[in-house]
Write a protein of this length. Structure first.
Length: 107
């Protein structure tokens, strides 16, 4: 689905998404440790999601910041991840898994 993210402001779901049928995918994981695949509701998740979580644990240990990602919801979590990894990394991943993420610079 299409998600409009304003990483410097508020996250929004575009009107197209409001008219689409809900997508179902495994939602396992603790908030703050969920990888982009889970946040984007990709149904064919692999053990890579576990490696992401292990990486976030290492990030918490090394930074002394727990939890490192503190978003209350999935869209805000994507914004936090984009802040760390950049727009290109997340939009490229989204395309690979058949999703579309549109980042807006509007404040």
């Amino acid at each position: 689905g299409n998600v409009v993210l304003s990483c410097t402001g508020k996250a929004q779901i575009c009107n197209i998404c409001l008219t689409r049928k809900a997508q179902f995918a495994p939602r396992a994981g603790t908030p703050g440790f969920r990888p982009p695949e889970v946040l984007l509701k990709y149904p064919l998740q692999t053990t890579a999601v576990d490696m992401w979580s292990a990486g976030v644990i290492m990030l918490c240990i090394l930074s002394g910041c727990y939890p490192f990602f503190r978003s209350p919801d999935d869209i805000s979590a994507l914004c936090e991840i984009i802040t760390v990894f950049g727009t290109t990394a997340i939009t490229t991943l989204a395309k690979k898994i058949g999703r579309n993420v549109v980042c807006s610079e509007k404040r």
